[in-house]
Design a protein around this ligand. Structure first.
Ligand code: NAX
Length: 325
């Protein structure tokens, strides 16, 4: 039997964490023959609730789950971990300014970046989900000097999957028929869901749907999908967010399908004119546990202006937390 993979989930008693832990433990993230050890990290006030999650995990009698660690101690939570999934974050409270949200969360992610640096496996891979996810990933990476910034990513896979769903509906196809979807930029309202390179059963998507539909309906719908879910459920996306975490890490660890790519927010290497280091969502191809940004895609004037808008927002966010970098 393979050696277990250690997976840390922060905020594991929260909505997304609760939806995620069972799926990781049942083998969906790393495959049906790969045991896992779960390290679930919470704040002290949530430990009772976290204990309940631990009990339920035990009660599932999952053969791949070799151990469960429940803790509010970062040194224990990140000890020798292979994958750190950072979900726990401060929610935006009523009347809170965006700047305050960024500053509050910056404290959490700088501290977790240091703890990952000091305690995790040297080969750890980090996925930041807690918002503002891209800037939190930048902060965590900046506080982990012994690790490479390519080990830190942020999640735009939920946006990517939402985009696949909407295009499949519109063209009366299955999501499995669609390839080369791209989310560019920040996980925020400035993100740019781009079907310019998409293929539907091998046909360019823009031969099947109009550019006007993409601009007037598709893009704003993906950008606002989170709000649409909250309006309908009275709660934010949790199951679909957990599903996107499974997809993101699964592809990163085990590779993307031949001929396709996925969207991941990664440290820019200057690709497509984005300043180096900014954590920006790109189309990426994953293989053997690493990723490469897809190069050479044509971006028309409209697309370039969308990338610039997201870049501007990310640079503004970076300026707010510059003292932590
Ligand atoms: P919840 O409020 O249900 O859960 C958050 C959990 O994190 C709580 O149990 C809390 O005790 C814990 N927590 C807070 N600070 C912590 C810390 N320092 N260490 C460990 N645990 C800590 O929120 P939930 O709905 O699960 O959402 C979590 C985060 O995901 C939010 O920031 C949310 O905005 C973000 N999202 C990001 C998405 C993305 O695509 N990148 C999509 C979904 C989601 O909106």
């Amino acid at each position: 039997m393979k050696a277990p993979i250690k997976v840390t989930i922060t905020g594991a008693a929260g909505h997304i964490g609760y939806a995620l832990a069972f799926r990781v433990a049942s083998g969906e993230m790393f495959g049906p023959d790969q045991p896992v050890i779960l390290r679930l990290l919470e704040i002290p006030q949530a430990l009772s609730s976290l204990n309940g999650v631990g009990m339920e995990l035990e009660d599932c009698a999952l053969p791949l789950l070799h151990d469960i660690v429940l803790t509010d101690d970062q040194a224990i939570g990140f000890r020798e971990t292979d994958y750190a999934i950072l979900i726990g974050a401060k929610p935006r409270s009523k009347g809170m300014e965006r700047k305050d949200l960024i500053t509050e969360n910056a404290k959490i992610f700088s501290s977790q970046g240091r703890a990952i640096n000091d305690h995790a496996s040297g080969d750890v891979r980090v996925l930041v989900v807690g918002n503002p996810a891209n800037t939190n990933a930048l902060i965590a990476a900046a506080n982990a000097p012994d690790l490479d910034r390519t080990q830190f990513t942020a999640m735009t896979r939920l946006d990517h999957n939402r985009a696949l769903g909407q295009l499949a509906n519109k063209t009366n196809n299955l999501v499995a028929d669609i390839s080369r979807m791209t989310i560019w930029g920040n996980h925020s309202m400035t993100q740019y869901p781009d079907i310019g390179n998409c293929l539907v059963k091998g046909t360019p998507a823009l031969e099947l749907v109009s550019r006007d539909w993409a601009i007037d309906h598709f893009i704003p719908r993906i950008q606002r999908r989170g709000a649409e879910i909250i309006e309908a459920r009275g709660l934010s996306s949790a199951a679909s967010a957990a599903d996107a975490v499974v997809d993101h890490v699964h592809n990163w660890a085990l590779g993307t399908p031949e001929g396709d790519w996925v969207s991941m927010s990664v440290a820019s290497d200057g690709s497509y004119g984005i300043p180096e280091g900014v954590v920006f969502s790109y189309p990426v191809i994953c293989k053997d546990g690493s990723y490469e940004i897809v190069q050479g895609l044509d971006l028309d004037e409209f697309s370039q202006s969308r990338l610039k808008a997201s870049e501007k927002e990310l640079l503004e966010e970076r300026a707010i937390i510059a003292d932590l970098l």
